[in-house]
Design a protein around this ligand. Structure first.
Ligand SMILES: Cc1cc2nc3c(=O)[nH]c(=O)nc-3n(C[C@H](O)[C@H](O)[C@H](O)COP(=O)(O)OP(=O)(O)OC[C@H]3O[C@@H](n4cnc5c(N)ncnc54)[C@H](O)[C@@H]3O)c2cc1C
Ligand code: FES
Length: 1222
């Protein structure tokens, strides 16, 4: 076997591969943690097919997740550019012309790619099949891995090792059992090369598929034979292909096998279809006894082989006969790489003589742990005519058969099963009856496209700022050379740590016994709070968070202790052996429970203007309502990681941690260890995505690793598992707003009272500030003369919530626009008009004290309305909705005002250090962290502009507390402003120092100038400092002081389409106009807008967090069940404009504005558009059109919101949910 990795196809030394180059040039790289995966996916696509279609590319990328870019630039990289040399240009001449008009992107000159570098498949492996034709055996890691090539050999092994585990693609729990030493015996038999299991044989009546055939091989075979078959015979093949299309993604389909799929504990997609079509499984025992068993019986008797030593050889699937129809469908949570919420398969046999139903087998999966055949449906359908009368009767029996199932979201799942029946049955009937105008089901298929509009300065201009320069580290990231903490070479005496965590959400700790763990070979030591030499407590405001729990645990997964071992695997398995005894304490999980039990933080945020009670009493009309938002997990691609290295001398500790808060990590490690801060050096090369989630949570990681390293006096590395990271770290706060609004008949809002609650988790931490910013975002846009907002944080037994991109503002923005939506619906006025009427005007002063000078929001709004052709599209949507029963569209706009600059002046400062070396190269350091937002690139542009040198001369290696002390955390969309000011200052100092020499030597090159300065004893190193202008805001002194330095503005318009029978949606189009001032780097800023918006799409739609209501444990553990948007979930057409000639005062950093967070707020438009679409469906059923669509609007929420006859039928079913929304 030969494995080609991203490092193998190109490098910064020998030249990037065109695919790596294109990713860099098209700004497809942000934090870069996902980039090697993206590159290799596309490399594979092009190696397999030199001329892939866009559909091929989108399909291939379904298996890759990116949390930063929003996917558009990644996809466009391959669509719009030809990776010269491979001859793969996707662009027609027409498209090229169109593009040139739309976008002014200055492309760097591509480095010459040496095609001879392209990896050639090793010839010895290409020519010889020798290796794959031999039985093989590998021994290591406590396992013996057999790879037989014949059935005889496989059975011989099975006889010798009856408990041996059979492995195919290993894409199930069997893979994790191998990793966790949880297999019944150490023998593993890998059957992927067993010839007899790899065959596909088709005869006149059936097709036999070997158990080792991969999904990809099945697809290839079926597509091949489909061409030569009659339409009817194709039925089963089409259904199989439909099933295969949506099982995982290409990466999975290439290795997962049909046998493994059917043998694993499901329910999995094709199991349901096999049940419906009556497939038969062929087994063979170790004693060579062959057994045939129907899939139905196999499911009844348990999903495992009839006898544990039996081997599945093949699956026999009957071909569809002339009078038979087979259909399959699946509803995932998110389209593209996702398991089914529910799937269904149907086999319908027509009684040709009577023209009635002879047999109908209808099966559904994922309602319970195994797929079920709905017998009552079969009984009812037999002999019935092909008319619509059958449908309601079948729905009744489906409900009757399934209503007792123990599954969360039972009403929704049963409504899906009914909807699937309806859809399949209707499709078959329309085929049988040759109906001309067939009913349209499902979403309109389309591919992604988009345009970006921004100005770039004249390429000849000497300033390097304002240009769309690619991310400074893009080459290393695209070539896989970039080093993240887990890539750092291991120190010779390095150890690993893993946590002992609480298995209770609220309890007293009675005892801890680590003895069993300490007895495990390879375990070196154990740490808990008693080993912390300094203070065990830390926290952002007050020190009330224990590093290790002492007497009480306050949330599920809280660290209690750590096991230090030679390897990660040993540490993890030994940590499970530590025995902790608890005494349960009462549990509070939700905002409701917290209010009821008065578990509220004492701080009450209060923002008041005018007299709200009077305003409400005198209002012409009033409206009350409740609006809620859900929690959101950061799911940065690089999990939290720390490596702490004790130095040999003077208690020095070197801390490598992927933090957004280097100075806080330094300070807290100092506190934990009881050593001065000057002995702790924190170094951050880069962070693989942060979004606010790598702030306080990284203090825990660096602290725990530091205490362990201190105790054993050896380097200790701690890399969070995805599951630990998702379950225990901070999240976005869920908000609840209870409001009462007063307004005039024509829509002017005269009074608004909002009581806001935020679920803070177990510790208030920074929740008060998140709540404050949420409230300010609610007040920042609309001029409401009488306003009162009060906010409370709720203390619950969940992980402590913290910073997340937008810091409360996305929730606040969503809430205020939703209130206006409610008012618009109540008054019947246009949603846009009502907001336009209430928006602030130039020169107004809003509640947070900002005088709205250069108030660009109305311009963004109008431009966005024009760009999105709002009125025209609205009319088209009305027409579309009137013609379509089962799919509806909606359009809505939203806007954002985001305050930039911290209200605490001490945070508005930054430092930088700039060194010039004798070859003229310049090393810049500052306090900001590069986490994908392009900060280092912008800082390099600033330095190069001030010093008037090419950017190639400037380099930033890392952020370190050694070079720049006491740095303000990286957040608030303010880090470029702060650190850019400091870099500018340091460079200006150097420039001023060099000026006399420059005057004396006008013709000298930069290098000559530097040399001359050195010999003239002029210092070539300068530290810079920046502090913002004075602001200050005290919420208690309303109307006094400004909250922030300036506002950033944006508007979005979004068009969505929903499938009313399933609740699935797609974003057909999103248009954004954003005011970033004079963009420092338009390409990076567009990337922030797209990436932020797509992250907001997740918040508004798919990213639902749930907790077990009895234990308080998060029920989600990673991207497999927490659904961040994938490539299929981005807007099909995504247009972004940076506001042209944005008016505004000259801001210090080249008139640019901060951008990282605000675009996320605009995703409120997606939810509002979905609400429009759901309301359109409800109107068809004669229902009210002001449906309170829950957020996130998951398929379940959309489907149940659409209502209709099926939803009415399932309404009486008793839900028995084990999990609740976070
Ligand atoms: C990222 C990802 C996404 C996924 N998405 C989906 C999805 O959308 N829909 C879906 O339905 N599934 C999905 N899956 C699950 C996937 O379809 C199954 O895991 C896969 O089909 C199992 O095949 P395998 O070859 O990996 O089996 P393995 O994991 O190798 O084996 C599975 C089990 O079957 C046993 N076994 C295998 N072959 C035989 C045999 N010949 N005789 C006896 N026992 C045998 C093994 O001992 C083991 O217990 C996903 C999995 C992953 C990792
Ligand atoms: S660039 Fe894709 S995850 Fe960061």
């Amino acid at each position: 076997m030969a494995v080609t990795t991203v490092e193998g196809i190109g490098s910064t030394r020998n030249g990037l591969h065109p695919i790596q180059q294109i990713m860099m040039e098209n700004h497809g790289v942000q934090c870069g943690f996902c980039t090697p995966g993206m590159v290799m996916t596309m490399y594979t696509v092009f190696r397999n097919n030199p001329e892939p279609s866009q559909e091929d590319m989108e399909r291939a990328l379904e298996g890759n997740l990116c949390r930063c870019t929003g996917y558009r630039p990644i996809l466009e990289s391959f669509k719009k550019s030809c990776p010269c040399g491979l001859g793969l240009c996707q662009q027609s001449a027409e498209e090229k012309k169109d593009l040139a008009e739309k976008t002014t992107v200055e492309k760097p000159t591509p480095e010459k790619y040496d095609k001879s570098q392209d990896v050639i498949f090793p010839s010895e492996l290409q020519k010889s099949t020798e290796l794959s034709q031999k039985n093989a055996m590998f021994v290591g890691g406590g396992y013996t891995w057999f790879r037989p090539i014949s059935l005889d050999k496989l059975l011989e092994l099975k006889k010798a090792f009856p408990k041996a585990t059979i492995v195919m693609g290993s894409q199930t729990v069997v893979g994790s059992k191998i990793r966790n030493n949880a297999l019944p015996s150490p023998e593993i038999i890998c059957c992927t090369q067993v010839l007899e299991l790899k065959r596909i044989i088709q005869d006149a009546s059936s097709i036999s598929i070997g158990s080792a055939v991969t999904f990809a091989q099945m697809e290839e075979f079926l597509n091949g034979v489909l061409k030569d078959m009659k339409e009817k015979e194709c039925n089963i093949f089409s259904a199989l292909l439909e099933g295969l299309r949506w099982v995982g993604a290409d990466q999975l389909r290439n290795v997962a096998t049909f046998g493994g799929h059917l043998m694993s504990v499901g329910p999995h997609d094709l199991q349901t279809l096999m049940l419906a079509v009556g497939a038969e499984l062929n087994f063979i025992s170790a004693q060579k006894v062959e057994k045939k068993i129907t899939y139905e019986r196999f499911v009844e008797n348990g999903i495992h082989a009839p006898d544990s030593s039996d081997v599945l050889v093949s699956v026999c699937i009957p071909l569809t006969k002339q009078n038979e129809y087979v259909l399959y469908t699946k509803q995932p949570f998110r389209r593209g790489m996702d398991y089914a919420i529910v799937n269904a398969g149907m086999l319908l046999k027509v009684d040709d003589k009577k023209g009635t139903i002879d047999t109908l087998r209808f099966c559904a999966g994922n309602i319970e742990s195994k797929p079920c055949s709905l017998q009552k449906v079969s009984n009812l359908a037999k002999g019935r005519a092909f008319d619509d009368k059958l449908i309601p009767d079948v729905c009744d029996v489906i409900i009757d058969e399934l209503k007792g199932c123990k599954s969360d979201s039972l009403k929704y799942k049963i409504s899906l099963v009914c909807g699937f029946f309806y859809k399949m049955y209707k499709q078959i009937v329309e085929t049988i009856q040759s109906t001309k105008e067939k009913t349209e089901f499902g979403l309109t298929p389309s591919l992604s496209t988009g345009a970006q509009y921004y100005d770039v300065p004249n390429p000849e201009a000497k300033e390097i700022v304002w240009k769309p320069i690619p991310h400074a580290a893009a080459k290393s990231l695209a070539s896989g050379e970039a080093v993240f903490i887990d890539d750092m070479p291991k120190y010779a005496n390095e150890l690993s740590l893993w946590f002992v965590t609480s298995t209770k959400a609220h309890a007293n700790i009675l005892s801890i016994d680590p003895s069993a763990a300490l007895a495990v070979p390879g375990v070196v030591d154990y740490v808990d709070y008693r080993d912390v030499p300094g203070s065990n407590m830390y926290g952002p405001m007050v020190h009330d968070i224990p590093l290790f729990a002492e007497k009480e645990v306050s949330f599920h997964g809280q660290p209690i202790a750590g096991i230090i071992a030679e390897t990660r695997e040993i540490a993890r398995s030994a940590a499970r052996l530590v025995k902790v005894e608890y005494e349960d304490l009462p549990l509070i999980l939700t905002i409701d429970e917290a209010i009821e039990k008065n578990s509220l933080d004492e701080y009450v945020a209060s923002h008041v203007s005018g007299d709200v009670d009077k305003g409400l009493a005198e209002a012409e009309m009033t409206l009350e309502g409740v609006i809620e938002t859900g929690a959101q997990e950061h799911l940065y691609m690089e999990p939290i990681s720390a490596l702490v290295v004790p130095k040999r001398e003077d208690k020095e500790m070197e801390v490598f941690v992927n933090t957004q808060e280097s100075a806080n990590c330094q300070k807290d490690v100092g506190h934990f260890l009881g050593i001065p801060f000057n002995r702790v050096s924190v170094r951050v090369k880069r962070v693989g995505g942060g979004f606010g989630g790598k702030a306080l949570d990284t203090v825990e990681a660096s602290g725990v690793a530091a205490v362990a390293a201190w105790k054993v006096n050896r380097p200790v590395r701690l890399i969070y598992t995805r599951s630990y990271d998702v379950k225990t770290t901070s999240k976005r706060h869920p908000f609840r707003a209870v409001y009462k609004a007063g307004y005039t008949e024509d829509g002017k809002v005269t009074a608004l009272s909002i009581d806001l609650f935020a679920n803070a988790g177990w510790n208030n931490g920074i929740s008060t500030f998140v709540l404050e910013l949420g409230m300010l975002a609610m007040e920042g846009t609309f001029d409401i003369p009488n306003y009162r907002g009060t906010g409370r944080t709720c203390l619950t037994n969940l992980p402590s919530n913290g910073a997340f991109r937008g810091f409360g503002a996305p929730q606040g923005t969503f809430i205020i626009h939703s209130i206006f939506y409610d008012i618009a619906k109540k008054t019947g006025l246009s949603f846009n008009k009502i907001r336009e009427m209430n928006i602030y005007k130039e020169g107004d002063r809003n509640i947070n004290g900002m005088v709205l000078k250069h108030f660009n929001l109305p311009i963004c709004w109008e431009d966005c309305k024009t760009q999105s052709k709002f009125e025209e599209v609205s009319k088209e949507i009305e027409e579309f909705n009137s013609k379509n029963k089962y799919r509806k569209r909606g359009i809505a706009m939203s806007s954002c005002v985001f305050s930039i600059g911290y209200p605490f002046l001490f945070m508005c400062q930054a430092g930088a250090l700039v060194n010039i070396y004798l070859d003229g190269s310049v090393l810049v350091t500052h306090g900001g962290i590069e986490m994908g937002q392009g900060l280092f690139t912008k800082m390099i542009q600033v330095a190069a502009t001030v010093l008037e040198i090419p950017i190639e001369k400037v380099y930033i290696s890392e952020t370190s507390t050694v070079t720049v002390p006491n740095a303000t955390e990286t957040g608030g969309s303010f880090v470029a402003d702060l650190n850019g000011g400091a870099v500018m200052n340091a460079c200006q100092i150097l420039k001023d120092r060099l000026q006399p020499l420059r005057d004396a030597m006008p013709e000298a090159s930069w290098e000559q100038l530097v040399q001359a300065a050195y010999f003239s004893r002029i210092s070539l190193s300068a530290s810079g400092f920046y502090k913002s202008r004075e602001i200050g805001y005290d919420p208690k002194k309303q109307g006094e002081g400004e909250y922030c330095l300036y506002n950033s503005y944006g508007a979005a318009s979004t068009v969505v389409e929903i499938d009313c029978l399933t609740g699935e949606h797609q974003i057909l189009r999103a248009d954004i106009v954003f005011d970033v001032g004079k963009s420092l780097n338009p390409a990076i800023d567009v990337g922030q807008i797209e990436g932020g918006f797509v992250q907001g799409v997740g918040l508004m739609t798919t990213e639902k967090l749930t907790i077990n209501k009895s234990t308080g444990e998060l029920t989600l553990y990673g991207p497999g069940n927490y659904k961040v948007p994938g490539i299929k979930n981005i807007p099909k057409e995504f247009n972004v404009t940076l506001l042209k000639d944005a008016k505004g005062e000259r801001r210090p950093l080249y008139s640019s504005k901060g951008i990282g967070e605000p675009p996320l707020l605009l995703a409120a438009s997606v939810h509002l558009a979905l609400r429009e679409a759901v309301n359109a469906a409800r109107k068809d059923h004669g229902l009210s059109d002001n449906y309170q669509l829950e957020c996130p609007a998951t398929p379940e929420i959309i489907r149940m919101g659409c209502d209709g006859p099926i939803v009415k039928k399932v309404d009486g079913i008793k839900e028995n949910n084990q999990s609740i929304k976070f």
